[in-house]
Design a protein. Structure first.
Length: 503
C-alpha cells in the first residue's frame, strides 16, 4: 500500500541497525533538468475490463481475494461484487505469501474460478497468459539498461510476467480454449506460492489432490519486492531469522462469448491424515467461495481522492474490476497535427507515464484506471496501471535545415507538482528502485532498415536515465518511432518519456 505520494510499498521492511560496517553512501546532489515542455500523455485507456486481484497483497489466511459472483446463497454477501464479465477482459493477480514464523513453510495456493451462469455452453479463450513466482524470477541486480532480445533478462516476477505478455506469449499450461457447460464452473488456475522449494511442478499442472513432496529445504525467497521498488522483504525476528516469503504475479488476456463470473481465492494446501500437503480440489475451492470471507490481513484503507484534509494520503491496493487494459496514443504537436516536432537543439520534451493522484509532474493528468466495482477498503483507482499496455507512436519531424540527432529516454524524476517545465533528479539517484521492466522500440534506422529492440530497464528514484536509442533525422524528414511496454507490478509510478535533441 502506498503510504506517501511517492511510495507504492508492496511489503514492509524492518531495517537492520546501522553498525557502520558499510561505506557511507555518496552524498547526492539535486539536478534540475530544464524542459521545453512537460506534457500530459495523449490518448486514453480503452474500456476493456480488468479483473484486478492485488489486495490483500500479503496473504496469511484462507479466503476470498476477489469475487465478481452474485451474493445470492453466499455465506458472506459483502465478499461478492456481482459483476459479470463478457467478451474481452484481462485477469491480473499479484500476491505474496509469508510465514507466520521462521519455521512456517506451509504452501499457499491461488485459485481462479470461472462460472457460466447461463443456459448455454460458453467458450473461454486464453489469448495470452503468464505467471511466475519470485523463485522463478528473482530480483537480480541488473544494470540500468540491458538488451533483452530473447526475453531472458528480468528482475522479479512482475518484470518477467509482463515481458512474456509484451511478446504475446501464452505459457503451455494455459488452455487455448475451454468450453464451460451451462451452469458449470471451471478451475482456471490452481497455482502454489510455496514457502519451501518444491520438487513438483509449480505452474498449476499438478493434478488436483496430488501430494506435495515432503519438505527438503528451508524456505525460499526473502527478497520479494513489488511496486515498491527495491525493498527487501525481510521481517526480522529472534536471531535475525527471516520469515519465509514468496510472491506470484499473473496476467491473462482472455475472451468469452457470453457472461461469466470470476473469483480469485487463497487457500493453504489441505493436508492428508499423515500431515502431508496436497493440491486443493475444485470442490474445495467452490466450498471456500460459498462459505468464506475476504482473505487477510486487510491492507490499510485508501484516502478518498477528493479528500482535502488528511495527515497521510493512502492509495490503498486494488481488489475489483478496473476499466482499461491498453493506453494507445499518437504523440503529436496537437490533436490537429500529424507530426511531433522535435525539440530545439539542446532541449527536450517529456510525456508523463502512469501518473497517479497528487503525482502528475504538474500536468494534473491522472492516468490510473477507474474502478467499475471494488471493495470499500480497497483502492479507488487502479493506481500504477499494473498490467496495462502502453502503446505509444511518435511521428518525429525535423523541421530544421540540419540533420538532428534525437534520443529517447525513460526517466524517473522526484515527485514535484510545483516546478514549471523542470524535472528534478539527483546524482547519484536514491537507492530505492522505482522501475524494473522491459520496453520495446520499433523504428526505421538511417539506412531504412526496420529495427525492433527490447531493453530491460532498472531505474532508481531520481534517476535521469540513459538514451534507449539515438535516431538521426535529415532536414525536413520524418521518422516513425513506436514504444510499447506493459507497466509491471515491480515498479513504482510515475515515470516520464523524454525526447531530446542533441545540442
Amino acid at each position: 500500500m502506498l503510504t506517501f505520494l511517492s511510495m507504492f510499498v508492496f511489503a514492509q521492511t524492518i531495517a537492520l541497525p546501522n553498525l557502520d560496517l558499510q561505506p557511507a553512501a555518496p552524498i547526492s546532489r539535486q539536478v534540475r533538468q530544464p524542459q521545453e515542455e512537460i506534457r500530459p500523455l495523449p490518448g486514453s485507456l480503452d474500456t476493456t475490463p480488468v479483473f484486478n486481484s492485488n489486495s490483500p497483497e500479503l496473504v496469511q489466511r484462507d479466503g476470498i481475494l476477489l469475487s465478481t459472483f452474485p451474493p445470492d446463497d453466499m455465506a458472506v454477501a459483502s465478499a461478492h461484487l456481482n459483476y459479470p464479465l463478457e467478451g474481452r477482459f484481462d485477469m491480473f493477480a499479484h500476491h505474496i505469501a509469508r510465514g507466520l514464523t521462521p519455521d512456517d513453510t506451509r504452501t499457499l495456493y491461488l485459485g481462479i474460478l470461472v462460472h457460466n451462469p447461463t443456459d448455454e455452453t460458453i467458450t473461454l479463450e486464453v489469448l495470452q497468459g503468464a505467471t511466475y513466482l519470485s523463485q522463478e524470477a528473482p530480483f537480480n541486480s541488473l544494470p540500468s539498461y540491458v538488451a533483452n532480445p530473447l526475453g531472458t533478462v528480468y528482475s522479479g516476477p512482475g518484470s518477467r510476467t509482463m515481458n512474456d505478455l509484451l511478446r504475446e506469449i501464452r505459457q503451455p499450461q494455459w488452455p487455448d480454449k475451454v468450453r464451460i457447460p451451462a451452469g458449470e464452473t471451471y478451475l482456471l488456475a490452481n497455482v502454489p506460492i510455496p514457502l519451501r522449494r518444491l520438487t513438483v511442478p509449480v505452474d498449476g499442472t499438478l493434478a488436483q489432490g496430488s501430494l506435495l513432496l515432503p519438505l527438503v529445504e528451508q524456505a525460499t525467497v526473502t527478497n520479494v519486492s513489488s511496486s515498491s521498488a527495491s525493498a527487501t522483504v525481510r521481517s526480522l525476528v529472534s536471531e535475525d531469522r527471516p520469515l519465509p516469503t514468496n510472491g506470484r504475479s499473473l496476467l491473462l488476456r482472455v475472451q468469452t462469448n457470453g457472461p461469466v463470473y470470476v473469483a480469485s481465492l487463497a487457500m493453504y494446501a489441505p493436508k492428508t491424515e499423515t500431515g502431508a500437503e496436497r493440491v486443493p480440489t475444485q470442490a474445495e475451492w467452490e466450498y471456500l467461495l460459498q462459505t468464506g470471507d475476504l482473505s487477510g490481513p486487510r491492507d490499510h484503507p485508501p484516502t478518498d481522492p477528493n479528500s482535502r484534509f488528511f495527515t497521510r494520503f493512502y492509495y490503498g491496493r486494488v481488489a475489483g474490476v478496473a476499466e482499461g487494459s491498453v493506453w494507445a496514443a499518437q504523440l503529436t504537436d496537437s490533436t490537429e497535427s500529424q507530426d511531433l516536432t522535435i525539440p530545439d537543439p539542446g532541449n527536450r520534451i517529456s510525456y508523463v507515464l502512469s501518473t497517479v493522484d497528487r503525482n502528475t509532474f504538474g500536468t494534473e493528468q491522472v492516468q490510473s484506471a477507474p474502478m467499475l466495482v471494488r471493495y470499500p477498503d480497497t483502492a479507488y483507482r487502479a493506481h500504477g496501471n499494473y498490467g496495462v499496455l502502453y502503446d505509444l507512436t511518435m511521428p518525429l519531424h525535423n523541421p530544421t535545415d540540419d540533420t538532428q540527432a534525437i534520443t529517447l529516454m525513460i526517466q524517473t524524476p522526484y515527485q514535484n507538482e510545483l516546478m514549471e517545465n523542470e524535472l528534478l533528479f539527483s546524482n547519484p539517484p536514491d537507492s530505492k528502485i522505482f522501475f524494473r521492466g522491459t520496453v520495446r522500440l520499433r523504428y526505421t534506422d538511417e539506412f531504412k532498415v526496420p529495427q525492433t529492440r527490447y531493453f530491460h530497464i532498472v531505474q532508481q528514484r531520481g534517476q535521469a536515465g540513459e538514451p534507449l536509442v539515438k535516431i538521426r533525422i535529415p532536414p525536413g524528414q520524418r521518422r516513425l518511432v513506436e514504444l510499447d511496454f506493459i507497466y509491471p507490478p515491480d515498479a513504482t509510478p510515475p515515470q516520464v518519456l523524454t525526447i531530446e535533441t542533441e545540442g
